[in-house]
Write a new protein. Structure first.
Length: 262
């Protein structure tokens, strides 16, 4: 039995759901409200001590970390494979699939919160906001969360996050210029599943202009959205979040452009 503990708009949850849908799997789902701190309750922390989503529970045993969950799924359920047969291409796939764990996910959190999600936090009563921040288990994440909420894109690490994010777009564009349609092996793979949620987040933040001069990325983004498993994202979209991001994204453009220029 599979159980998925997740959030509808979480990028890590999105990439796991893309793999689940590609494999035709329908786990029992448990949705968590991250703004209310559902992921920080004692019961959930027993499943995932990191206090983050998603967690996949397999016959009562939790599997945590979204990239590892995706790897478990494509090994436990071989068809469709979602990985190239060629071993060199498979290594390239793994390299791209690992990018979120090498700083991109943290950068996405900073950019998303600094532009839009901080406004949700700032709307909380002060004591509830403080409790929410204090409940974040990791001290570094806790401090980054606090400064992002308080300072937005003026937080000292925000510009670096923007540049790291833009660097990802450049890597995707360069790779697709070599390969054509897909990142590895000539077809949709775990590389796409792991990266498209992060490109989609920029689009939701009205930052799609970042790939105006990246035609290969533009075509790839259209192709991944046309895949049947994209319902693992589209079926869960919360229009309230889209409204929030669309409202606060355009005023943030000058600060994003300044970060890139620097």
């Amino acid at each position: 039995m599979l159980e998925l503990h997740h959030n509808n708009m979480s990028t890590c949850s999105q990439k796991v759901r893309l793999v689940l849908r590609a494999k035709g799997l329908k786990p029992v789902e448990h949705h968590y409200n991250l703004r209310k701190g559902d992921q920080l309750t004692p019961d959930y922390l027993k499943l995932n001590p990191n206090g983050v989503v998603p967690t996949l529970v397999v016959d009562g045993r939790p599997v945590i970390e979204s990239t590892l969950i995706c790897e478990y799924l494509y090994e436990a359920y071989p068809e469709p494979p979602l990985r190239p047969a060629d071993l060199v291409e498979r290594a390239i796939m793994r390299r791209f699939a690992a990018i979120p764990d090498q700083g991109l996910h943290a950068a996405c959190g900073v950019v998303s919160s600094a532009i839009a999600f901080r406004h949700q936090h700032l709307a909380l009563p002060p004591e509830e906001l403080e409790a929410n921040i204090a409940a974040t288990p990791d001290p570094a994440r806790r401090e980054r969360k606090r400064q992002t909420i308080e300072k937005g894109l003026a937080a000292p690490f925000a510009a670096d996050a923007v540049r790291l994010y833009d660097g990802l777009l450049g890597r995707i564009e360069a790779r697709l210029e070599e390969t054509g349609d897909w990142l590895a092996g000539g077809g949709y793979s775990l590389a796409e599943a792991c990266l498209v949620p992060y490109v989609l987040r920029l689009d939701h933040l009205t930052l799609g202009w970042l790939w105006d001069r990246r035609p290969h990325l533009t075509g790839w983004y259209e192709r991944v959205q046309a895949q049947p498993n994209f319902t693992g994202i589209s079926d869960y979209i919360d229009d309230r979040y889209l409204t929030l991001m669309a409202e606060h994204g355009p005023p943030a453009r000058p600060a994003v452009e300044a970060a890139l220029a620097a």
